[in-house]
Ligand binder design. Structure first.
Ligand SMILES: NC(=O)c1ccc[n+]([C@@H]2O[C@H](COP(=O)([O-])OP(=O)(O)OC[C@H]3O[C@@H](n4cnc5c(N)ncnc54)[C@H](OP(=O)(O)O)[C@@H]3O)[C@@H](O)[C@H]2O)c1
Length: 236
């Protein structure tokens, strides 16, 4: 398959954790994966690691809180490969552990929303414009069960609100793009032992990567416009 026929995926925060595991999984399925990181050398190190195993990957700097960086990374990938098929909005922060809504630290709230909602939203807007050119696209927003309205609880308020907002954004975009060939979904990977999880679980990022990889490669006749975990629509 020539590079012009190969599907091109771009993943945010792919230098480590879940993003890197999704990158490996998609490259193993034959996609070319642009591993992005806010630190260029960290993205390059991740790409070098996967390339050693013969996988088709490249690296690009991308800080999702920087509008110029988002536009530049997505335009560069689209121009270099002639298309953009998959966006995985994986980059995220969780910096308000234990924080209650009644005593907010608005600096942390603002930083969390800037990354987890506005950052992902910016990437969606830039990538969807490219995807619409080919009437094909798969957007996968990595959310969390902590953002579920039906099981909402206290603590980690900024993170919870940011992921609930990301879920809403997912549904709004999916509704807007119905029938265009661009599918927008979200899934929670479940708890995984990454830097974000404080070592409180034995599940690996590879365990969490399964559903995002499935959604990123969803066939045209697959489910659309919902939020998924364990391959079933969630009542979020
Ligand atoms: N771990 C869990 O148990 C769990 C559970 C549910 C959902 N999730 C979600 O899964 C996703 C991945 O998390 P993870 O567990 O793999 O966490 P992680 O190991 O902390 O990785 C987070 C990634 O996001 C990147 N990032 C943060 N801010 C960024 C920005 N402004 N621009 C670009 N990249 C940025 C980080 O880059 P740096 O290396 O530069 O910091 C890193 O690559 C997140 O959306 C998280 O909310 C995780």
């Amino acid at each position: 398959m020539s590079m012009t026929e190969t599907k091109i995926a771009l993943i945010t925060g792919a230098n480590r954790g879940l993003g890197l595991a999704i990158g490996r999984g998609l490259a193993e399925r034959g996609l070319h994966v642009v591993l992005t990181g806010r630190n260029q050398s960290a993205a390059e190190a991740a790409a070098a690691d996967l390339a050693k195993d013969g996988l088709s990957v490249s690296a690009h700097q991308l800080d999702i809180t920087d509008p110029a960086s988002v536009v530049h990374a997505i335009a560069s990938a689209s121009k270099r490969f002639g298309r953009l098929d998959v966006l995985v909005n994986n980059a995220g922060i969780a910096i308000d552990r234990g924080q209650l809504a009644s005593s907010p630290d608005f600096e942390k709230v603002r930083a969390t929303l800037e990354t987890n909602i506005f950052g992902a939203w910016r990437c969606c807007a830039a990538a969807i414009a490219e995807m619409k050119r080919n009437n094909y696209g798969r957007v996968v927003n990595i959310t969390s069960h902590l953002g579920s309205l039906s099981t909402m609880a206290d603590t980690n308020v900024a993170y919870r609100v940011s992921k609930a907002g990301l879920n809403a954004l997912t549904r709004v975009l999916a509704a807007e793009l119905a029938g265009t060939g661009v599918l927008v979904n979200a899934c929670s990977p479940g708890r995984m032992n990454t830097r974000m999880a404080y070592g409180e679980t034995d599940r690996t990022p590879e365990d969490g990567a399964d559903t995002p990889i499935w959604l990123a490669t969803l066939p045209d006749d697959g489910p659309t416009g919902g939020l998924f975990a364990d391959r079933k629509p969630l009542d979020w």
